[in-house]
Design a protein around this ligand. Structure first.
Ligand code: S3P
Length: 193
């Protein structure tokens, strides 16, 4: 990170909205590093997410997530993919918005469920016990979280409307380039080229 690094580009939203996939694409496009707060949690704990939930409960997971978010928000100039519940803690949102802008990814729960099923729901404890009805569980979570997600978001993109990840990423690049103070001059020139 350099002193004049731009603000973090933070990707939030429910499981299956494509946060990590888009973070990787956006990082390539902007020449930034990217990181995923779930990966940070797993690395620091030395346990998988299902193991953390099994041993320490959701509360234990959220405590580790708070540390990972604080570490991620302390740097600038990166693309950050959040775990889907990270914005539920107002302290996380405050820290992330202090050094970054938040793009909320939303979409049809049926499509999100198909993606989650493809990845395997075993890795996602909040879906693993939903058996056949993962779309209904995701729809419920979307309702429960909508107000908090929307209050934290600077921009919203639907990642299930038929556009591929490259197109969704381009729309985010256009938004971010139109907004003052997120990209450095060099990044702005690179995306305009
Ligand atoms: C969660 C989302 C997961 C992970 C954990 C809890 C949530 O991340 O942090 O299983 O509360 O929505 P992804 O959104 O990357 O799957």
């Amino acid at each position: 990170m350099t002193a004049d690094a731009g603000r973090n580009l933070v990707l939030a939203g429910l499981m299956g909205t494509g946060k990590s996939t888009l973070a990787r694409i956006l990082a390539g496009r902007l020449g930034r590093e990217w990181l995923d707060t779930d990966e940070l949690v797993v690395k620091r704990a030395g346990l998988s997410i299902p193991e953390i939930f099994a041993r320490h409960g959701e509360e234990g997971f959220r405590a580790l997530e708070r540390e990972a978010v604080a570490a991620a928000a302390a740097e600038r100039g990166r693309v950050l993919a959040l775990g889907g519940g990270a914005l539920l803690d107002p302290e996380n949102t405050r820290a992330l918005r202090a050094t970054g802008v938040v793009v909320l990814l939303v979409g049809d729960p049926v499509v999100l469920a198909e993606r989650a099923a493809r990845a395997g729901v075993e890795g996602r404890p909040l879906l693993a016990d939903a058996a056949e009805d993962v779309a209904a569980r995701l729809g419920d979570l979307a309702e429960q979280r909508r107000a908090v997600y929307e209050a934290a978001a600077d921009h919203v993109e639907d990642s299930t409307d038929g556009r591929g990840p490259g197109e969704v990423a381009e729309a985010i690049v256009r938004w971010v380039a139109s907004r003052d103070g997120v990209l450095t001059d060099e990044e702005r020139r690179a995306v305009a080229a």
